[in-house]
Ligand binder design. Sequence first.
Ligand code: SF4
Length: 325
Amino acid sequence: MKFYKRMQTRKVNIGNVTIGGGSPVVIQSMTNTNSSDWKATVKQIKQLEEAGCEIVRVSLPDMESAYNVGKIKKNIKIPLVADIHFDYRIALEAIKRGIDKLRINPGNIGSKDKVEILVKEAKKAHVPIRIGINAGSLKEIHNFTDSVSRAKALANAALDHVKILEKHSFKDIVVSLKASNIDTTVQAYKFFATKRNYPLHLGITEAGSTFSGTIKSAAGLGIMLYDGIGDTLRVSLTADPVEEVKMAYFLLQSMGLRNSGLEIVSCPTCSRCQVDLIKIVSEVEKKTSAMKNLKKLSKPIKIAMMGCVVNGPGEAKDADFGKFF
Ligand code: SF4
């Protein structure tokens, strides 16, 4: 496995999963069911678990959905995070019902005193908090047009709220600084990383559909991961959240940051190729799709399928199963 020089961050335990402190980069996703329908939410979380998701977030828009936290938790295996906006009392209810972590966006949770009440309760219950700053809900960001100033506004907003938590000696903090612009996002994370060593949850927000969102996320997250920044991530897609997990897994595997599961190596084909390699590779992909879950294969397996002898023997030699035509 390739080890980028990863930033040294604090360890924060989310249920039975550790973020930071050199732990493998953790894959997260978020449900898009109605959280008041706990059965539908559990069903989707089970699909996410099956795909290899390691932490799942649910949005709790109202008290009714917060009442479901206990029921959801009883029926799933991975840690559950509550996403709370506007009403800190929902977060208090989620803590009461055994949530593993809170994600709050201080830009819209209300006054500092409400955040403070929340911090006290989270501390008592040992529930970590992610300060999730999003460009879309941070008013100050609209004072600036250039990405450096916008990035600093994001990072400074996070720092302000981190300080509130620190004032209560609360250290189980994770931070995210998401924008839909890659330059702004990358600079915000880099700037924050010079100020504090809390683990960082990476994401390019509102990235788009499976195709465009995956490319945009891979570009943005790839830059940060290569620089050693990032302890956990979500690939945000306007798609079935299972796709987010698959894409996150491919991103980490292709960067050598998660060393398990199946890797397929195949050439783009050219006039030397005498077989329908596109069809062959797509069939092999379908037949091996169950093996792609990084949790299911503890040892990595590499399959190489190459169109001719030019690069075929070399790639096949490097793989566990190799064929050139
Ligand atoms: S391996 Fe052969 S067929 Fe495939 S792209 Fe290279 S030269 Fe073309």
